[in-house]
Design a protein around this ligand. Structure first.
Ligand code: NAD
Ligand code: GLY
Length: 353
């Protein structure tokens, strides 16, 4: 049984989610990409686990395929590795009539999507996410990017995939902390709009993963459909990200993204409660949901450190910053404020519940 979520962006596409569908990825791409040569871009860890099965499925559906493998991890998400991927697409003889398949987590999806979008001025790409975070977040919505020395995701383009195929069984091989990262982003969707989803991730029943991933994708899809190019409502998806990005930056990117977003959500909810913007008990509920998924609820950084790191964030627009404030579980609002007020938020968020 699969779940299909339609994403109605400027070029609509389906996200197909199910258990055990990886070996059928060729069939799921057949109608869209038939006749094209496919370059499967993946990292070395995912290659060892899933590349052979994906190549076999694509080949048995009649596709001509080759692979491009790069070293895993955020450290690879840069212009140098992007250039290597582009060179390998060219060496493999990929033409404008062909396509890319991104197989892996968010790093792979962001890099392969970017590579496809600039290769010969843009060729189609499909996403096969293999982390929970990539499934519920990065594979959907069309943000592609690499990091620059000045910060994360600073070079990239908006480009929607032609299809997303998510086999939830691939999450079985994830290191627990990588799985937990995706739980934090899923809890975020619950805090944004869906108390029931929030509850489901507070006490996760893994046999329901396909259904829960589909629910997360539907929520993300709704924001993306309303604001494909991230100038309005899509900013809600940044819940927890202002402090989260600051934590990641201060840690030299050793604090994983989802873990940092979780801490950021607790901090902003705590600050919101103290300012009378957030229902009492919201921060505690978010913290409990995170802890149930072995996620941290605090960071070692001072409010002053977090503030300095956060004001360098790319979401800073002129002298103002927009933050997402939880009103209660299932409802949030945007608040634009002068950047210096962020220090007060960091102080209020840092203190005990
Ligand atoms: P990742 O791609 O680095 O994957 C994490 C680790 O898990 C890697 O070592 C990878 O090799 C390994 N891995 C992947 N699938 C596996 C599997 N099934 N079994 C075992 N190991 C597996 O990182 P991520 O956490 O998936 O994504 C984080 C990245 O996503 C960041 O670069 C972030 O900026 C980006 N991101 C992008 C968007 C977007 O909208 N484009 C949204 C959120 C995050
Ligand atoms: N991950 C945030 C977004 O896609 O907008």
């Amino acid at each position: 049984m699969t779940e299909t979520v339609r994403i109605n962006t400027s070029r609509p596409y389906d996200v197909i989610i199910g258990s055990g569908i990886l070996d059928s990825c060729g069939e799921y791409l057949y109608d869209l990409l038939w006749g094209k040569r496919l370059a499967v871009v993946t990292d070395d860890i995912v290659a060892g686990l899933y590349l052979e099965r994906v190549m076999k499925s694509l080949e048995s559906s009649g596709f001509r395929v080759f692979s491009v493998v790069f070293p895993h991890g955020e450290g690879s998400k840069n212009m140098g590795v992007l250039a290597d991927i582009l060179e390998k697409l060219a060496e493999g003889g990929l033409t404008r009539a062909d396509a890319v398949v991104a197989l892996g987590g968010g790093v792979t999806g962001d890099m392969a999507g970017f590579a496809a979008s600039v290769y010969q001025r843009g060729i189609p790409f499909a996403q096969i996410p293999t982390t929970l975070l990539a499934a519920v977040d990065s594979s959907v919505g069309g943000k592609t990017a690499v990091d620059l020395a000045a910060g994360k995701n600073l070079a990239g383009v908006f480009a929607q995939p032609v299809r997303v195929i998510c086999d939830t069984d691939t999450f079985n091989t994830l290191p627990p902390e990588v799985f937990a990262d995706g739980c934090a982003e899923s809890i975020k969707y619950g805090v944004l709009t869906d108390p029931e989803l929030f509850e489901s991730f507070s006490r996760l029943d893994k046999s329901r993963l396909s259904e829960l991933v589909a629910r997360c994708v539907r929520i993300k899809g709704d924001y993306v459909e309303r604001d494909e190019f991230d100038t309005g409502d899509r900013r809600f998806l940044n819940l927890g990200h202002t402090m989260g990005h600051a934590i990641e930056k201060l840690s030299g990117y050793t604090f994983p993204h989802g873990h940092a977003v979780g801490v950021g959500m607790v901090m902003i909810a705590r600050a919101g409660e103290k300012l009378g913007l957030t229902e009492a008990g919201t921060a505690e509920a978010i913290a409990a949901a995170l802890e149930n998924n072995d996620l941290p609820v605090s960071s070692p950084y001072s409010p002053e450190e977090l503030y300095s790191a956060a004001i360098g964030d790319k979401k800073r627009m002129g002298g103002k910053i927009t933050v997402v404030i939880p009103e209660k579980i299932g409802s949030c609002s945007l608040k634009t404020m002068p950047v210096n007020e962020l220090l007060e938020l960091a102080r209020l968020g840092k203190e005990g519940v």
